[in-house]
Design a protein. Structure first.
Lengths: 608, 224
């Protein structure tokens, strides 16, 4: 029986473990360089493709933030090298030009939110962990899985190419609100750059859909014998809910983009009404449209999107934390329940991004209530992580440090969410640096710390080698301290009313006082960025020269991926897929350090 | 000749399956859910804009033409015919799926041909309707039809009409393509070799979904 038939649910599939393992050995089909590294259908290779593409994007997106921090920290300085590199259109006289600044913040947001923390994070870990942790040979449909990566890469190529066109990339903010984004005459970035942005994002939506459908059906249908839903590691639960969020929210964004495309090129008025354009000194004929409509469609995705980013990080952190605290995760069912609650609430809170758009205040109050409700499952998760650490036998591996760092930033960023969720406070705080500080800490930094925890923890499984610990520790401490030093002062600036997205604050008397603070933030941002390059070096150096992993289960973990060979082939396990007999968190039980999921229950044990 | 899938077939090799279905079918259901959100977003956008407008053109006045009948006033007759054709193609799809359960290749092929013809007829009708409306001066960004209260209407009536029926038409077109592929695979005997006609069932799910969406599009644009 072929691999295909196994994966596609042939009538004999139920007996596959017993009889059909012989063809599933490590070398069950011939692989050329192209099928192994390029058009690979192996979930592990696709995961690495997502990871490395995501890392390249993270470097580009991070570098952009360094450039605009340079402008914010030193608005009067002339950096001749900028003009040499970027040309006189974008950096005339060594000073970043306003149009370029807006393009930078727009692309920074788009790249980090979608290409790094959605594609890079979910794409990497859903692909890598789902089949390995639930005991499957591969994804439900390896072919669609490959397409998912190739659409992601296509989206990446289009987005990257938009950086090099004459009018520059999209520059209307990562949210691309019309009418600015709909009118090519309104700004340079709303010309071809905006079209490429929309095309790239549409391809991204397709990639996310193909991936998400695969993740869901794999988790629901391809688990090994004994792996009931409540025996799944929390990573898998988190990735399942992430996929559901993506499958249900991205299509709405696609609809919004299609309408936007028509407004741009077909003379429609979906989002446009009563507009006078000073650039061309003309009144536009459009009437009857609503710019707020776009905001609804955008944030119906936009809000679930932040959970698409944070849920996988939560899952990775839960797993890493339990393994390294040598304790069962505290409140497994509460963890699953709170993930579920967050996934539901994700769809019911989008309008809290729109409190000051003229939303009906009564409607606003309902969204306040639903928004603040999210604090409940979030707090449950935080307390469960803290109680998992409590009296644990903690091993401070780099992954564990990043996991603890995640909890720290998730708490401090989450608390400011309670401020922003109140529609009255939002009148003062909306569109200020306070918002920047909030979502960077709770979503950006937490998301990336969770991702680092995952990378450091599963690197030995991915490449069969360890990463360098010293570099990892330097990376962790500088990143965590740097992140706080960058974003903590921004709360202060935001409370004082300093708006976000401004090009040069020194023009305002009231914000002049923050000149020194801005320089400080910019300096720390550069140092923190440089340390990320240390991580990149460590990553690639360790792939080739790192210390070899000599045992199958270097961390002493219970889950299935560590029962596979050190460098698993396509098919993951030579011979039978392991059978599961217990939940994945049997640490420090009955006087034993850990009991793998594959070990049958002892005579004095009850099933979990 | 393979038989239909025995009842109670276990698709899943774990302990207790939440859904006793094959993965592709599950995937199709989730895809349809996702697609329902796409159409839902379109139709809700349409509703939002329409209810924020003072007045709106009367569909009985706009959609009153029938091919070959000249200027006769036949409100909604043509679109009723279109709807009937599409629903009939759903019926033939059901029969194809049923024939697949029997493992009857000839019957499957026959009903797939009918379904494809139904889909093509629907697309032809839509092409005629679009051409006709375009001839009357309607297009994206142009709306010759007056509001029901006699005032000049915004272009959003035609904007939404062409965008949403166009998006639906694109789905019908994709469905026809899928059905043609399924027909070819049926005729080549691929499903007999595989032992089941599940692919026909999955194509059927998609086809019924496209029909169901049309019911909503029809209601929103022609009846309300």
């Amino acid at each position: 029986m072929s691999n295909e038939a196994t994966l596609h649910g042939h009538p004999e599939v139920q007996t596959v473990h017993e009889v059909h393992h012989d063809e599933h050995g490590v070398h069950h089909h011939k692989e050329t360089f192209i099928t192994k590294y390029v058009f690979s259908q192996d979930h592990k290779m696709i995961s690495k493709q997502f990871l490395i593409t995501g890392m390249i994007w993270a470097i580009i997106g991070g570098l952009m933030s360094v450039l605009f921090r340079l402008q914010l920290g030193y608005p009067d300085a002339h950096f001749q090298f900028l003009e040499d590199i970027l040309g006189s259109k974008w950096a005339k006289g060594g000073q970043i030009q306003p149009e370029f600044y807006y393009a930078l913040v727009t692309m920074h947001g788009t790249i980090l939110v979608f290409f790094v923390l959605t594609g890079g994070l979910s794409g990497t870990f859903a692909n890598f962990l789902i089949p390995l942790q639930i005991g499957a040979r591969d994804m439900a449909s390896p072919f669609l899985n490959m397409l998912s990566y190739w659409f992601f890469l296509g989206a990446s190529v289009v987005m990257l190419s938009s950086l090099f066109i004459a009018t520059g990339p999209a520059s209307g903010g990562w949210t691309s609100y019309p009418p600015l984004s709909a009118l090519g005459d309104a700004s340079e970035g709303s010309k071809t750059g905006m079209d490429l942005w929309i095309i790239s994002m549409a391809m991204f939506v397709i990639s996310s859909l193909l991936g998400g459908l695969n993740y869901i059906s794999t988790v629901l249908n391809m688990r090994t014998k004994g792996m009931s839903m409540t025996r799944m590691p929390l990573t898998i639960w988190a990735l399942l809910f992430t996929a559901v969020l993506g499958v249900l929210s991205f299509p709405v964004l696609l609809s919004g983009f299609i309408l936007l495309l028509f407004d741009r090129h077909a003379g429609t008025s979906f989002y446009l009404s009563d507009i006078f354009l000073t650039e061309t000194n003309k009144a536009l004929p459009n009437e009857g449209g609503s710019a707020i409509l776009y905001q609804h469609l955008f944030w119906f995705l936009g809000h679930p999107e932040v959970y698409i980013i944070i849920l996988p990080a939560m899952g990775l952190v839960s797993e890493v934390m339990s393994v390294n605290a040598r304790k069962p995760i505290f409140g497994y069912m509460a963890m699953v329940g709170s993930l579920f609650a967050i996934a539901i609430l994700a769809f019911l809170v989008w309008a809290h991004h729109m409190f000051v758009t003229g939303l009906n205040p009564f409607l606003g109050s309902i969204f306040v209530l639903l928004t603040l409700l999210i604090a409940v499952p979030s707090a449950i998760k935080v307390f469960n992580w803290l109680t998992t650490l409590w009296r644990g036998n903690i091993r401070f591996t780099p992954a564990m440090l990043f996991a603890i760092g995640f909890v720290s930033t998730f708490i401090s960023g989450g608390l400011t969410g309670i401020f922003l969720g109140n529609s009255t406070l939002d009148i003062q705080l909306h569109d200020t640096m306070f918002v920047i500080a909030h979502f960077h800490i709770v979503m950006g930094v937490s998301g990336i710390l969770g991702m680092f925890a995952g990378i450091y923890h599963w690197f030995p499984k991915m490449y069969g080698r360890y990463m360098n610990n010293t570099l990892s520790y330097i990376h962790f401490w500088v990143t965590l301290v740097g992140a706080y030093l960058i974003f903590w002062p921004m709360h202060y600036e935001g409370l004082a009313g300093m708006p976000r997205r401004y090009f040069d604050y020194s023009q305002w008397l009231s914000f002049n006082q923050f000149g020194g603070l801005n320089r400080f933030i910019s300096t720390v941002a550069m140092i923190t960025f440089a340390v990320q390059l240390l991580f990149v070096f460590n990553f690639f150096y360790s792939i080739f020269k790192g210390r070899r992993v000599m045992t199958r289960n270097p961390w002493g973990a219970t889950t299935l991926e560590w029962t596979a060979p050190i460098r698993p082939g396509h098919g993951n396990w030579p011979g039978d897929i392991p059978e599961v007999h217990r939940w994945p968190y049997d640490y420090a039980k009955d006087g034993r350090d850990f009991i793998p999921q594959t070990e049958p229950l002892g005579p004095n044990e009850s099933a979990h | 000749m393979a038989q239909a899938i025995p009842a109670g077939q276990k698709w899943w090799s774990g302990g207790k399956s939440p859904f006793n279905v094959e993965y592709g079918k599950l995937m199709m259901w989730y895809f349809l859910m996702s697609d329902a959100f796409t159409f839902g977003a379109f139709l809700i956008s349409y509703g939002t804009i329409r209810f924020s407008s003072n007045s709106w053109p009367d569909p009985n006045e706009v959609f009153r033409a029938f091919p070959g009948m000249g200027g006769m006033h036949l409100p909604l007759v043509f679109v009723s015919l279109m709807t009937f054709i599409l629903i009939m193609s759903s019926v033939t799809m059901v029969l194809a799926v049923a024939a697949g359960h029997e493992g009857n290749r000839k019957k499957v092929a026959f009903y797939m041909v009918l379904t494809i013809i139904g889909g093509l007829m629907f697309l032809g009708c839509q092409a005629w309707e679009w051409t006709h409306l375009h001839g009357e001066g309607a297009w994206w960004g142009r709306n010759p039809f007056l509001n029901v209260n006699g005032s000049r209407a915004s272009t959003n009536f035609t904007n939404f009409f062409f965008t949403i029926t166009g998006f639906h038409g694109f789905h019908v077109f994709s469905g026809v393509c899928i059905n043609v592929i399924m027909l070819i695979k049926t005729l080549r005997g691929d499903f007999d070799r595989r032992g089941h006609y599940l692919m026909i069932e999955k194509a059927g799910l998609y086809w019924h979904f496209v029909d169901l969406v049309w019911v909503f599009v029809f209601t929103c644009f022609y009846l309300l």
